[in-house]
Design a binder for this molecule. Sequence first.
Ligand code: G3P
Ligand code: CA
Length: 391
Amino acid sequence: MGTQEPQHESTEQAHTGRRALLGAAVLGAGGTVLGLSGTARAAGARPGGGGLKSLPVPTIIGHRGASGYRPEHTFGSYQLALDMGADIVEAGDLVPTRDGHIVCRHEPEIGGTTDVANHPEFAARRTTKVLDGVSTTGWFTEDFTLAELKTLRAIERIPANRPHNTLYNGHWEIPTFEEVLKWQDEQTRKRGKQVWIYPETKHPTYFRGLGLGLEERVAKLLHKYGKDRRNSPVIIQSFEPTSIQRLNRLVDNPLAVLLSSADSRPWDFVASGDPRTVADLITPKGLREIAGYAQGIGPTLDLIIPRDAQGNLTKPTTLVKDAHKVGLVLHPWTMRNENPFLPANFRKGTDADAYGDVFGAFRTYFATGIDGVFTDNPDTGVLAREDFLDR
Ligand code: G3P
Ligand code: CA
C-alpha cells in the first residue's frame, strides 16, 4: 500500500507587510466576491513575469516535479513536469547541507530518496534524531557537505506504488536550489515562456536550532538571481507560519502558508508554546491574520472536502469561500493517480500501483473553486483542467 504523507506541523502573528496580491482578482466591482476561477479564466494567462495573476486557473503545480513518473526532486522530474505542461514546478523542498548550501530533498533524511545506503564511506553517518518531535533514523543532509551529497544519486521513494520509476534510480544527482534558479532561467529562455517555481522551506525551526537558518539563505539566493520581487515567478511555501513571516521581511515574493490536518499544530507553534492548531488558522480570524503576511494557503485536500470514516469524500467545507473572502488563493495538495492516494470513492480495484478515477476526483476538487493543485501527475492535471474548463 501507499505511504501516508507525513503530518506537518507549523506559527505566529501577523506582520505588517503587503496585502494579498490577489485581493483584486477575487473582488469584483463593489467588492462582490467573484469565483476566482471564472475571473482568471476570462482574463486568460499572460506570459511573462506578471505575478500570480498571470497564472492559469486552476493552476497545475508539478509536485516535486513530475514525481509520478520520475524520482522526486531531480532535474529529470522537474524537466518532465514542464514538458507535461505544469504551470509551476515545486522545485524544491529545501533543506540545508552541513556547509550551508541549500539542496532539494523532501526531507533532511535521505535514506529513502537516495542511494546513500550503498555508500560504505557514509555508513557511520546513519543515526537517529528527533525531528519535529518524531524519532527518525537514517542519513541527514545537515551531516553532509554539498560535495559529499553530490556523490549520491536519487532513487524512487515509493517503489511499491511506482515500480516503473525505479528504472531511473541512480540517474540524477541531488539538485541545489542555486542550480534550480539557473535552470529556471535556462528553461524560460528555451521555451519562450516564463517558468515558475514553488520552493518550500522545510523544518525551518529545526534547522534554525542547528544554526542553519533557511530563510536568509533562500532570500540571498533569490536576491542574487533577481527573483526576490513581488512579480518574480517564485512562490515560497512553508508549514511554519513564522518561516513565511520571516520571508515576508526578507523578500517580496508571493508567499503561501501550508496547512496540514485540522488537529495538527505547526511545529513552530509547538516550539514556542503557541496552543493554536490548524483549525484555528482556518477560521475567518486566522485567515485574516495569514492574509496580513501571505498571499495564499496550501491546505491538505481534506480541508477542502473532508473524507468520512470509509475514506469517501463528503461535502466541501467553507474554506475556499472564507480564504477568497480575505484575498488568499488556495493551492491544496496532493493529487496522485494511484488508488491508495485517492478518496475511496474514486479508487478502481485495490492494486497499489493502479490508477483510479483521477479525472473524477480532479473534477470534484476543481468544482469547489480552488485556485490550483499540487499533483505528482501534471499531464493528468492539465488534461483534467481542460475537461473542467470545457464543460
Ligand atoms: O508543498 C505542498 C505539498 O508539497 C505538501 O507538502 O512537502 O509534504 O509534499 P509535502
Ligand atoms: Ca512540498
